[in-house]
Design a protein around this ligand. Structure first.
Ligand code: PNS
Length: 160
């Protein structure tokens, strides 16, 4: 059985993330979306908020579950008995960083394989950071994130 983890900060989840989830869920038997509990990072959403938004948005996918993790991704993968890590690649600028993480993870846990899915062109420019920047100035984020979470994002900036 092929069980994979799609890890990330998902702060907030974007349409680009959801596209990677939909596509990778068709490649594996079970997909775990792993939300990094990045306390050091200045997150907009608490980890449990990010998990519940992802749960709501992925409920249509029967082989997708959502969890969170602290610490190293490889340790989480071992705990979850997952041998595949999924990551999305938007542009060549992502590549160097992603290559380094994938190689490090493979070095410390040779059973793990990282599979890269290329972002759809329409989402190639999209990032959570850009969504936050836009939202913080009251910009229209409806093209970037699913409609169900738009209000929750503006609310974090005291709008809406
Ligand atoms: O959505 P992001 O912020 O690009 O996701 C990055 C993530 C969560 C995949 C990466 O930071 C990660 O795996 N963090 C867990 C800590 C870890 O294992 N670091 C070692 C990488 S060399």
């Amino acid at each position: 059985m092929k069980r994979a983890i799609y890890p990330g900060s998902f702060d907030p989840v974007t349409k680009g993330h959801l596209d990677i989830i939909a596509r990778s869920s068709r490649l594996v038997d079970e997909l775990i979306v792993g939300v990094l509990n990045n306390r050091a990072k200045n997150s907009l959403f608490f980890t449990d908020e990010r998990v519940s938004m992802l749960e709501e948005l992925t409920s249509e996918f029967k082989n997708v579950t959502v969890g969170s993790f602290d610490g190293l991704l490889v340790d989480y993968a071992k705990r979850m008995d997952a041998a595949i890590v999924i990551r999305g690649l938007r542009a060549v600028t992502d590549f160097e960083y992603e290559l380094q993480i994938a190689q490090t993870n493979h070095e410390v846990y040779p059973d793990i394989e990282t599979v890269f899915l290329t972002a759809r062109l329409e989402y190639a420019y999209l990032s959570s950071t850009m969504v936050k920047e836009f939202a913080s100035y009251g910009g229209d984020i409806s093209r970037f994130v699913p409609q169900q979470i738009i209000k929750r994002i503006y609310a974090k900036y005291g709008m809406g």
